[in-house]
Design a binder for this molecule. Sequence first.
Ligand SMILES: O=c1nc2n(C[C@H](O)[C@H](O)[C@H](O)CO)c3cc(O)ccc3cc-2c(=O)[nH]1
Length: 321
Amino acid sequence: MTTTETSKTLALTGGVGGAKLCLGLAQVLPASELDILVNTADDFEHLGLPIWPDIDTLLYTLSGRANQTLGWGLEGESWNCMESLESLGGETWFRLGDRDLATHLWRAEAQRQGRGAADIVAALAQQMDIAVGIYPMSDDQVRTIVRCDEGNLPFQHYFVRRQCEPPVTGFSFEGITSARGNASVLRQLKAGDYGRIVVSPSNPYVSIDPILQVPGVWTALRDSAAPVVFVSPIVSGLAIKGPAAKMMRELDVPVTALGVAEHYRRRYPGLVDYFVIDESDATLAPEIEQLGMRAVVAPTVMKNQQQKESLARYCLALEPL
Ligand SMILES: O=c1nc2n(C[C@H](O)[C@H](O)[C@H](O)CO)c3cc(O)ccc3cc-2c(=O)[nH]1
């Protein structure tokens, strides 16, 4: 089967920034034609509960209930539980809203019943009336460790507790070498079921790298006949969201879309077919093409629904090379 005959799209994403493009894809594609593979290396256990930030951000975004102000959690949130916890002297550096807590409690109970991550995510998606396929990158536990001058920090301790302040020297993903990729996505990749692959503008180091480094994932993406389209998370030398630009500076990588493209080319040779950069970075296109990938110039900043859908359409229009 050739890619022109297959209509399904696979998207890879982390949390907030990537979920915007996924929402655009979900608006322009029939639900049965979109699968999303999600980073789970940010997950951790907190107050005895399983917290899966990128999965929940995507679920809340696709069900139209994401908290637009915070960028994470649910809209119309209240914080009574956190206030009571604080009065008991409990840990409140990671804020769990009253409504959001229900998701973590439900998931903890599902885990106690022995259900795996893919099963739990599918059930949550169904309960939230989401019909696109949402898949955790693995059912096995993988945890991002941020290497800093002052020592190693678990991801959420670096990101939330320390507000991304310690300078980083690198990253590792505990458990990744023995993690098994999501069986359904790997099977469909090998069967040639996906006609397009879109990698969202999420953080390359802590959102996309963990997904690609689950054994067998990036090579299956590379070997599929579908065009693999990456969207740059860096626009005009700034990260659209989060600490990607700060991390690049600290790692001595040029804080440009070209720096991101070089990272992906070096770590995953032959994987990137198209690299989508913002119009404001158009002058970088020739150097990106010298890396052996096609540079596509498009408006990539997604501030409203129309911009999300328009970027999704740009990505979906790219033909197999
Ligand atoms: O900056 C914060 N991010 C919070 N996040 C966001 C999250 O930790 C990060 O944005 C991602 O891990 C990075 O992709 C939450 C996400 C959840 O699903 C549930 C609770 C939180 C709580 C916080 C928080 O207190 N502060």
